[in-house]
Design a binder for this molecule. Structure first.
Ligand code: KG4
Ligand code: ZN
Length: 331
């Protein structure tokens, strides 16, 4: 069994997995309410809260799985990308447990965790991955575990980051993603023709900062929006993001000759994105493998899933190996 920890941003998480894929428990302690008054994640506050939450989260993951530390074959933790002071907490805790129990330590790339999250209870198959999180927007050609080719990424803001910034601009609480989605439900997505940046660029890269600026200029022109205008702004913004994500993901799958497209990352919670992608995949004869909404945002189950693949290959990490806030998944 593997005990995996995740602490790359503001979620403290622990999971127990019986390899290859039997997830026995997955606990997440969210810090959202602690960071909300500041309108975003405060790194020092995040690391202090990881320190406070790690022990109870680990204990309830073990308890939930009905196991004890002695039964663990390996200990895993996220080593990047993320906030240095947050990464250090989970990483050091997992290393300490590995040293104490004299078992191997396995470091996991957070983005590889997201990439595997649609395959939590299924074998990994060749696919094109669309990973949309708060820090990254990636299109990756996946041949097998560890064989990743980056097809494209965002040139500026990540999709989730754009949701969060637009939410803030519109006076919605942090994090903006789920709030913008809620507000968009009552809105008209055609009222504001926001730009679909890089839609026709002929590559698989993205750009969302122009769209964000366009929302800002529209807002400055309108002044304080009434409830309906606010909903229309959210719906129009969301539609612009989704159109670009869906169009590029499908053309990447076609370009690679892949029959499967996988969706993951926090933005994969978005119902409208899921529905649009599902519809377009159906139209184009491509199978969609979407992460469950529960495992879209940061969790340790996905870290355990990646660690199980590494355990099977004997890919262990030296305790002296440092975290890497800028760790990349593929060149
Ligand atoms: O993967 P994640 O939990 O953390 C990172 O690795 O960044 O993703 C968090 C991001 C945030 O930007 C959040 O606003 C966004 O996912 N998000 C959403 C929704 N739920 C979370 N964006 C759009 N619609 C949602 N329902
Ligand atoms: Zn994440």
């Amino acid at each position: 069994m593997i005990l995996a920890l995740e602490s790359s941003c503001d979620e403290t998480a622990a999971a127990v997995l019986d390899p290859p894929r039997a997830l026995l428990s997955s606990e997440v302690a969210s810090q959202v309410s602690k960071h909300r008054p500041f309108g975003g994640v405060v790194p020092e506050l995040a690391s202090r809260n990881h320190l406070l939450s790690l022990r109870p989260v680990i204990e309830s993951a073990l308890q939930g799985a009905g196991v004890c530390l002695k039964q663990m074959e390996a200990f895993a933790a996220t080593s990047g990308p993320g906030l240095a002071s947050s990464l250090l907490m989970g990483n050091t805790a997992a290393k300490a447990l590995a040293a104490t129990c004299a078992k191997p330590f396995i470091s996991v790339n957070h983005m590889e965790g997201h990439l595997l999250s649609p395959f939590l209870d299924a074998p990994l198959k060749p696919h094109v991955a669309l990973i949309v999180s708060g820090g990254h927007t990636l299109l990756i050609k996946v041949k097998e575990f560890g064989n990743y080719e980056k097809l494209g990424s965002s040139r500026d803001d990540a999709a989730g980051e754009a949701f969060d910034k637009v939410g803030k601009m519109l006076g919605l609480p942090y994090p903006g993603g789920p709030e913008v989605e809620k507000c968009a439900k009552e809105g008209n997505s055609e009222r504001f023709p926001f730009p679909r940046s890089m839609l026709g660029s002929g590559d698989f890269h993205f750009s969302f900062s122009g769209l964000k600026t366009s929302v800002l200029y529209t807002l400055q022109k309108i002044g304080t929006p009434d409830q309906q205008t606010l909903a229309d702004l959210c719906a129009s913004f969301q539609a612009a993001v989704i159109e670009v994500l869906v169009t590029k993901a499908l053309s990447a799958a076609e370009h690679c000759g892949m029959e499967t497209l996988a969706l993951s990352g926090g933005v994969a919670c978005n119902k409208s994105l899921r529905e649009n992608l599902h519809e377009e995949c159906g139209r184009n004869g491509i199978g969609l493998c979407a992460v469950t909404p529960e495992h879209s945002t940061d969790n340790a189950a996905m870290i355990a899933r990646a660690a199980a693949e590494k355990l099977a290959r004997g890919q262990f990490t030296a305790l002296s190996e440092d975290i890497d806030p800028n760790l990349s998944l593929a060149p």
